[in-house]
Design a protein around this ligand. Structure first.
Ligand code: IDP
Ligand code: MG
Length: 136
């Protein structure tokens, strides 16, 4: 049965800064994702705090929000069969050093905080995150 999903992907500041936008987009399209919408933006600290609200009790929350708002990011709606899990698989582990060969984080990630990409972790969060950046 078909299960076409949409998920939210972000190319984080460390990757945009290193001009990896087109290479990373190529990894998505070469792996069968359709980039339905995309835009390069910079968000404020308070927007980053809203976006990462699920992590507000974590010790790294403040650094994480400072980081995501520190420079331009590229936000994208990706579409594919089982897009949410497929994107998580293509991104690789949160810690680039633990990520599998061939994944985006293995290839481009610098550290656990500068790990180059974000991807929604569930259907529910994909909807919330897509609506956060692309309210129609
Ligand atoms: P994910 O991005 O793989 O879904 P999450 O656990 O949702 O990982 O964490 C969100 C982001 O917060 C991660 O991508 C990473 O940049 C950062 N992060 C997660 N755990 C830590 C940590 O222990 N120290 C510093 N930063 C962290
Ligand atoms: Mg997450």
């Amino acid at each position: 049965m078909s299960n076409l999903e949409k998920t939210l992907s972000i190319i984080k500041p460390d990757a945009v800064e290193r001009n990896l936008e087109n290479e990373i987009k190529g990894m998505f399209t070469n792996n069968g994702f359709n980039i339905v919408k995309n835009k390069k933006i910079q968000i404020s600290k308070s927007e980053a705090e809203q976006f990462y609200k699920v992590h507000e009790t974590k010790p790294f929350y403040n650094d994480l929000c400072n980081y995501l708002s520190s420079g331009p990011i590229v936000v994208m709606i990706l579409e594919k069969e089982n897009a949410i899990q497929e994107n998580r698989d293509l991104m690789g582990s949160t810690k680039p050093e633990d990520a599998a060969e061939g994944t985006i984080r293995k290839k481009y990630g610098i550290s656990i905080d500068k790990n180059s990409v974000h991807g929604s972790d569930s259907l529910e969060n994909a909807k919330i995150e897509i609506n956060f950046f692309f309210k129609d």
